[in-house]
Design a protein around this ligand. Structure first.
Ligand code: HEC
Ligand code: HEC
Length: 207
């Protein structure tokens, strides 16, 4: 009678699937040290602007990105990046879950905006959008302080301006197309280079 499992076994199965769904940061430690730390920092605070900081990013978003970098069930990868596609080939779904839990649990180091004038333009876009172009306020999805809103809307606060601007440009050009309902592609398509630099500069200084 397979369906009459002892309660202890049922409890064990439930616990392990729960851990799997949420990730176990301790199990990620070895991969972090051997692979990810070189580019993203051992504590998820990257030292290089081209490599995003991952510290304090939401678990669900990190897991989605790792999954999106890897081709799934014969379908091409939803997020295309030559560096990261190489990183995820050997990761299992469980590894990804553990890694997402690890970086979500790290503390993001604050960063300051470097160009106050550019950041002021960025602030007005971030908080109020650009009415004349139909650009919505970034704050409505990414929260006024840039902390994002789990599970769907990632944290932007304290991210390198270079990385944020690069993502807005690949959304605009359609090379990054893993945003649900084209949410970010639609918005980025309406932004000029100057507006992208400004809003990226502003979010770098959010904390
Ligand atoms: C050789 C450098 C390098 C290594 C090693 C590396 N990454 Fe990355 N990672 C990058 C770059 C560059 C990007 C930005 C990709 C893009 O522009 O789309 C990135 C992006 C990401 C993102 C998406 C972040 C976001 O905000 O959307 C996640 C998650 C990530 N990496 C996790 C990892 C994990 C976990 C490891 C270890 C298994 C790892 N990376 C190893 C360079 C690296
Ligand atoms: C309608 C909701 C919505 C609005 C408004 C919005 N975003 Fe987003 N944004 C998203 C979603 C959803 C994602 C995650 C896409 C994914 O799953 O890969 C995202 C992702 C991003 C990313 C990628 C983060 C990373 O770590 O790679 C950046 C950068 C970004 N948004 C910037 C902005 C800026 C700047 C604005 C305002 C001009 C804005 N967003 C307005 C929904 C929104």
């Amino acid at each position: 009678m397979i369906y009459r499992l002892a309660p202890a076994i049922v409890a064990a199965v439930l616990t392990s699937s729960l851990t799997y769904a949420q990730g176990d940061p301790a199990k990620a430690q070895q991969i972090v040290t051997q692979v990810c730390a070189a580019c993203h920092g051992a504590d998820g605070n990257s030292a290089i602007p081209a490599n995003p900081s991952l510290a304090g990013q939401h678990f669900e978003y990190l897991l989605k990105q790792l999954t999106n970098f890897k081709p799934q069930a014969g379908k091409p990868a939803e997020r295309v990046n030559a560096v990261m596609s190489g990183m995820v080939t050997s990761l299992s779904a469980e590894d990804m879950s553990n890694l997402a839990a690890y970086f979500a649990g790290q503390k993001a180091k604050p960063r300051a905006a470097r160009d106050p004038e550019l950041a002021r333009l960025g602030q007005s876009i971030y908080r109020g959008g650009i009415m004349s172009k139909g650009v919505p306020a970034c704050a409505s999805c990414h929260a006024p302080n840039g902390a994002g809103i789990p599970a769907q809307f990632p944290r932007l606060a304290g991210q390198y301006a270079e990385y944020t601007a690069a993502q807005l440009k690949v959304f605009r050009g359609g090379e990054r197309a893993n945003d649900p309902n084209s949410m970010m592609r639609t918005i980025a398509a309406k932004l000029s280079d100057k507006e992208i630099s400004a809003v990226a500069e502003y979010v770098a200084g959010l904390r």
